[in-house]
Write a protein of this length. Sequence first.
Length: 418
Amino acid sequence: MNLKDTKPGLIDCCQICYSKAIYEVLDLGYSGLCDSLLTNFQLNLSEKNYPLKLMRCRKCHLLQLNYVVDNEEVFHKEYPYKSGITKPLKELLHSTSKYCVKNFNFTKKPLAIDIGSNDGTLLEGFKKHNFKVLGVEPTNIAKIANKKGIKTIQKFFEKDAINLIKQNYKKADVITGTNIFAHINKLDTFMKGVKSLINPKSGIFLTESHYAGNIIDQMQFDSIYHEHLRFFLLKPLILLLKNYGFKIVDAAKIPNYAGSIRIAATLNKKAKIKKSVKKILDEENRKNFYKTSKYINFSKNVNKVRKNLSQLLWSLKLKNKRIVGVGCPGRSITLLSYCNITNQIIDYIAEQSTSLKLNMFTPTTHIKIIDEKNMIRKQPDYALILSWHYGKSVMKNLRKKGYKGKFIIPLPSPKIMN
Ligand SMILES: [Zn+2]
């Protein structure tokens, strides 16, 4: 069964199995797009907010959003994210190429294509292993990659880009889509494109997506935002790929973005499936991820965290403490808007001097993003760590730079760290 591309707007059925048996797990209210930050001028204009609900399919266990915002709007040309920006992320992205080279056999002069290739960081890893590389990236970040010598087509991975690659390149040995597979609304176009470009015998299609198991078990509800249309357990991933003739031959849980699942799939029907696949499926079953009760508890706990975090911040604020945010990853937008943490509570958000987000404002909550040097100079009493998934290294860095105040870690349950 091939899927249809999902159209922008409300979704009334499962994106993988088309079942109408989807129900609401969590209502996160309304939120602006996390990478459409506002300018000073835009603060005074009306703002677009979109409904943000987490839905679950009773039949295939897919978790998905209830509303799709048009990709062109989400991944607009000025999209500010650069994957090479932090050292840990760079290392993780390079581990993807190492994994491929170690585990699979490829043709001579292999070709690796990365879809949603951002600034080309992942492909740099393949280049080191003597792969010919090609990126596909719709935003202006493609220009940064091209400047670095990573050949990148600045287009969405749709008809034009796919035809261009077909005409100019041989069949790919590896096609990667890391942290993009959950984003695209034209899933059918995407899968058919991959299928047409990959070597049918030895080609490996590799995706990495935020793992739904981590979101549920570690209270990472802040990673639910409009860019992420789907949250995968292994079971629905198998079904989705099977629809296009792909077989998942290996699966692993990896640390990227606070817990992702990496799968390697092939069109080769004779390929052997590694034990890792059954192991993860067994674990999902054992941990009750296929049961409704799991999600009822999750929803209750998320509500509790919202209440506790809000109480903690307001109690400090009422004591005239100065609180700032640290780091402004996409996920911070959901945390801030859902917990109603606005510029009434947070004076500003500090980001590295190299960040493309400086001097912009968060959507919905209107908090200004400033250079972290100012934060070190001003020495606020509390720093709320919004990229809490890198909490330890963020705190260590800030201490090194001279911050003397306290830290607040918001999730999985709010706590103050000295
Ligand atoms: Zn389903």
